[in-house]
Design a protein around this ligand. Structure first.
Ligand code: FMN
Length: 388
């Protein structure tokens, strides 16, 4: 599911320093098959040249007086308007209904979704007049994407940085994705857990966390409120994402974090590969090198089995990975642990971008062989349509 395919995105670029990032955004939008039209303010042209923008985009409209009625035709063609960077000035103009150039006039006609990406020095951002203008825009239903905090172009630290392009892309994708999970709290676990042997070593498994990151991204795109509890993973996807990521190491900590949130959960995606075994004894000093070492393992906690008795309206999506009897083992797990939907994966899914197996719910099973992103979307489609 690519929400950008064949959609026209209209970008409004204003005179902020972060305008230099817009060509990179256009490139990423085009890679995802979107059509990109652009309007720049006169001051934006001092930060990034119209030549770069017109070369990369489908169309750059430079002025209200270019011919035709651009503020009407640009609106008609576009699915979404993104003001990026949205400087102090355009936020003020939009909030007070000023239409004195092409961009502000386009905003005045644009009755579809508008995303504003403010970016400025933190003093401008903290100005009470600006805060009031932001509130006005929010009250009119416009979406404001909060800037990041960090190093600013003026060599100062504070809130006002334009988020990374990957984050901006995610917000645009979210705006164009059907709100299948609107307002639902989606708790996702992922990665492997590690069970300590001594202060330095643990036993773990090969789970990569890719599926959980994909689920989090797609639940967010579908309008869900997302939190991700991530065990051991060597994938560094979690910088600058718009949802909370809680890092844990072992099964007990993962269980604790789930229980803290349990009463709020609408959907639990139990995707983590939780260790089935844990060392019977943990050494509190490093075990020295020797010819042989025997580690006795005992059964670890079973998070899903324990949740069975606490289940009220929560919908549980369980993941099962087997080398043998995939379907039968998954069905057994579903019944024993009161899971609503089981995703039975073949072992080849570990660490890979694609996966194959079965989606199993009461009375139905569907075979799949697809990318993890496609599988995330299939699962969301299924749970939101209550076809399980
Ligand atoms: C070097 C420089 C950098 C600027 N960066 C920003 C910025 O990041 N955000 C902002 O709101 N204004 C910034 N400004 C101020 C705007 O360019 C100014 O308010 C201008 O009138 C905006 O015009 P426009 O909204 O029509 O593009 C900057 C000005 C200069 C000279």
């Amino acid at each position: 599911m690519n929400p950008l395919a064949n959609k026209t995105i209209l970008l409004g670029v204003t005179g902020g320093i972060a305008a230099y990032k817009v060509p990179l955004l256009i490139r990423d939008l085009k890679k995802k098959d979107a059509k990109v039209n652009v309007v720049m303010t006169e001051n934006a042209k001092k930060f990034v040249t119209p030549l770069i923008i017109s070369t990369l985009s489908d169309r750059l409209v430079e002025s209200l007086w270019e011919g035709g009625i651009p503020h009407i035709s640009l609106r008609e063609e576009a699915s979404l308007l993104c003001i990026i960077p949205a400087d102090y000035n355009i936020i003020g103009k939009a909030a007070s209904g000023v239409a004195d150039d092409l961009l502000s006039t386009v905003i005045s006609t644009f009755d579809k979704e508008i995303l504003f990406f403010p970016s400025m020095n933190y003093r401008m951002y903290d100005n009470p007049i600006f805060k009031k203008n932001i509130k006005i825009l929010k009250d009119f239903g416009h979406v404001i994407i909060e800037p990041d905090t960090g190093e600013l172009a003026c060599d100062e630290e504070g809130r006002g940085r334009l988020p990374d392009i990957s984050r901006i892309m995610l917000e645009i994708e979210r705006a164009l994705t059907p709100d299948l999970l609107k307002g639902s709290y989606c708790l996702i676990t992922g990665g492997g857990t590690g069970e300590k042997i001594d202060p330095i070593r643990y036993i773990t498994n090969r789970s990569s966390g890719k599926m959980a990151y994909s689920l989090a991204r797609h639940c967010f795109m579908a309008g869900g409120k997302v939190e991700l509890i991530m065990g051991i993973t060597n994938i560094d996807y979690d910088r600058n994402l718009p949802y909370n990521i809680i890092r844990v190491e072992n099964a007990r900590d993962m269980q604790k974090e789930i229980l803290k949130r349990w009463d709020r959960v609408d959907y639990l995606f139990m995707n983590a590969a939780v260790s089935d075994f844990t060392p019977e004894k943990v050494s509190n000093i490093k075990i020295k090198k020797k010819e042989e070492l025997e580690i006795k393992l005992k059964k670890s906690i079973d998070i899903l089995a324990d949740l069975k008795n606490k289940k009220k309206s929560q919908f549980i999506i369980g993941f099962s990975l087997e080398t043998n009897n995939l379907l039968n083992e998954a069905k057994k797990k579903m019944k024993e642990k009161k899971i609503d939907l089981v995703v039975a994966n073949d072992v080849s899914a570990i660490g890979s971008g694609s996966t194959s197996g079965f989606l199993i719910s009461k009375g139905s099973e569907e075979q799949f062989e697809c990318s993890k992103d496609e599988l995330s979307w299939k699962i969301i489609g299924k749970i939101s349509s209550k076809k399980y």
